[in-house]
Design a protein around this ligand. Structure first.
Ligand SMILES: Cc1cc2nc3c(=O)[nH]c(=O)nc-3n(C[C@H](O)[C@H](O)[C@H](O)COP(=O)(O)O)c2cc1C
Length: 193
């Protein structure tokens, strides 16, 4: 099995990255081949709504997004990790997500999918937020992720949320780290239809 683990935080070795690494540990201990991608290192341009993908099913832009399109297709498991920024995912995450419009166009405009729709893929969203959990602080981000996972034909199976990170760092929360590891292990089980 192959997993794609994407970090949408600009900070490495901090809250979101630490949780992602724990999930990766869990996956690797179940013999999953994991490829970790740090969006901060990639050069991905924002979607300009040119409509080219509605004609070809592909994005005309030549940048690092081209590295990712096939990886989504090939992955059995997709883990996406972002901190909460203004109740949503980070801008670098959203830029990448918007560029998945070509999958949507290929399916719903052209009826000729650029991603294998028959393949089963399991998805996990990791999100960390600084504030003390008021109601629904992760709601905005989950709505974004819902459409992202649909675009890449991946079952949005689990969320892993960590609030209060501005008060208590993730690295000090052993239970949460254990939960992240277990979630990595659980992702391998495709117990859905
Ligand atoms: C630009 C910006 C916007 C943020 N917006 C929110 C927010 O809306 N809600 C929240 O709970 N935390 C917010 N935070 C705090 C981060 O989500 C939190 O510190 C997170 O754990 C950072 O992840 P990292 O340690 O992996 O970088 C924001 C932080 C920044 C820098």
């Amino acid at each position: 099995m192959k997993a794609l683990a994407i970090l949408g935080s600009p900070r490495i070795k901090m809250n979101t990255d630490i949780l992602l690494d724990k999930v990766i540990d869990g996956l690797e201990d179940r013999d999953v081949f994991v490829e970790k991608i740090e969006l901060r290192k990639l050069n991905i341009h924002p979607c300009i709504a040119c409509g080219a993908c509605e004609k070809t099913g592909n994005c005309f832009m030549k940048d690092d997004m081209n590295l990712l399109y096939n990886k989504f297709d090939e992955a059995d498991i997709v883990v996406f990790a972002s901190p909460l920024y203004f109740n949503s995912v980070t801008s670098m995450s959203k830029i990448m997500i918007d560029r998945c419009q070509m999958f949507w166009s290929s399916k719903y405009v052209l009826n000729k999918s650029s991603i294998n729709r028959a393949k089963k893929r399991n998805g996990l969203f990791i999100c960390t937020g600084g504030s003390v959990q008021k109601e629904n602080i992760f709601l905005g981000a989950t709505l974004v992720m819902d459409l992202f996972f649909k675009a890449i034909n991946t079952k949005y199976q689990y969320n892993l949320f960590a609030d209060r990170t501005d008060k208590i760092l993730v690295k000090e929360r052993i239970e949460l780290l254990d939960k992240a590891y277990e979630m990595g292990q659980k992702l391998v089980d495709f117990n859905w239809i």
